[in-house]
Design a protein around this ligand. Structure first.
Ligand code: SF4
Length: 353
């Protein structure tokens, strides 16, 4: 479906079948769609002018009816560790943040799926920003185009290698648009990202859509953050709907259907809340029969937060217990926390005052 939130409908998030349908509706041909599609995704054209193999008349029609416009960048911040965070604004005035995380071997983009978030996780700065709306597939794709354009313009010869849907919002509550974007991101004739380098994160929305996601074969990360329902209920309201047992059963089913090697469980270490030795032992017991990896995340504080991060020694003790029980675990390196680009810190400036 075309993106109606843009002044002129954007083509950035249309799958080939959808593009073809739109073209036929306005009297263009399947061949026109075949010619335009690679310009959008392989050559990252940001205007129709550059599509020189198309007759001038067709370019004029496209110009009049559609857009390849990128969102406006209202703020671009660079962290001392090279991480960059962009505040992007769409034509209806809604803003989101997206983050670029360069590393020696890989360049990762963290994508947002919604404006704000309705999940209300207690430890999350984004969760304090009221949910406004889902992003369209074009708006999800626009974040990828934004970083690709920026890398093309820069002198650094870098390509995007990894994508994580861990920005603002809950991707599985915007599944239809997420799936359209994934089709474009994974397609050999479009952006050609490797399935093993694309991760979708969920707070634990266990619906039919999770099984559809498995068919894309992308990696799944589940925000667990607690070793039992009592603690998870306190931290993540969604646990009252989908308890830990339901989440773990879904994780096993995802592994079976997606053919991925493991599920990643994200576990934020909150001092005195979920970081005791006993918590670690309970967590190890829960995950004993699941092919998984645990990412322990050091809490990135934000103004007004009621939580404190665990000291490094506590994190190490927690890590050792999990490792001793045979659970693959690492303490995730925090990136970009000096510009509030780290996990759980994203929040647009409009409501950040
Ligand atoms: S952690 Fe994720 S799902 Fe939870 S409030 Fe923050 S953005 Fe939403």
């Amino acid at each position: 479906m075309l993106n109606r939130s843009w002044c002129t409908p954007s083509l950035l998030g249309l799958t080939f079948a959808a593009l073809e349908r739109e073209f036929l509706e306005i009297g263009l041909t399947k061949l026109d769609a075949k010619r335009v599609f690679p310009w959008i995704h392989m050559k990252c054209a940001s205007s129709f002018d550059v599509m020189t193999d198309l007759p001038h008349k067709i370019r004029s029609i496209l110009e009049e009816k559609f857009s390849l416009e990128r969102p406006k960048c209202c703020n671009l911040q660079k962290s001392s560790d090279g991480t960059q965070k962009a505040l992007l604004e769409f034509p209806d005035g809604h803003q989101i943040e997206t983050v670029f995380i360069p590393d020696e071997k890989r360049n990762t983009v963290c994508l947002s799926a919604q404006v704000g978030c309705a999940m209300g996780c207690k430890f999350c700065n984004t969760g304090r920003q009221q949910f406004s709306r889902n992003l369209t597939a074009s708006e999800i794709m626009a974040q990828v185009f934004f970083w690709k354009d920026l890398l093309l313009e820069s002198s650094e010869q870098r390509n995007l290698t990894n994508l994580v849907f861990m920005g603002m919002g809950e991707p599985m509550l915007n599944a239809e648009n997420l799936f359209s974007a994934l089709e474009l991101l994974l397609g050999e004739k479009t952006h050609n990202f490797s399935r093993s380098k694309v991760t979708v994160s969920t707070a634990g929305i266990i619906e039919e859509d999770l099984l559809k996601l498995a068919q894309f074969g992308v990696k799944l990360a589940i925000s667990l953050h607690a070793p039992n329902d009592a603690k998870r209920n306190e931290l993540m309201p969604i646990n009252k709907k989908y308890c830990i047992e339901t989440v773990l059963n879904a994780a096993k089913e995802y592994l079976r259907l997606s053919n991925t090697e493991h599920i990643t469980f994200e576990y934020l270490l909150l001092y005195g809340v979920n970081d005791s030795d006993d918590d670690a032992r309970q967590l190890a017991k829960l995950l004993a029969n699941i092919h998984c990896k645990v990412n322990l995340i050091m809490f990135n504080s934000w103004s007004g937060s009621i939580f404190m991060g665990s000291p490094r020694a506590r994190a190490d003790a927690f890590l050792l217990i999990l490792l001793s029980k045979g659970i693959r675990t690492m303490v995730r390196k925090s990136r970009g926390d000096d510009i509030l680009a780290a996990c759980g810190q994203l929040k647009t400036s409009l409501t950040n005052q």
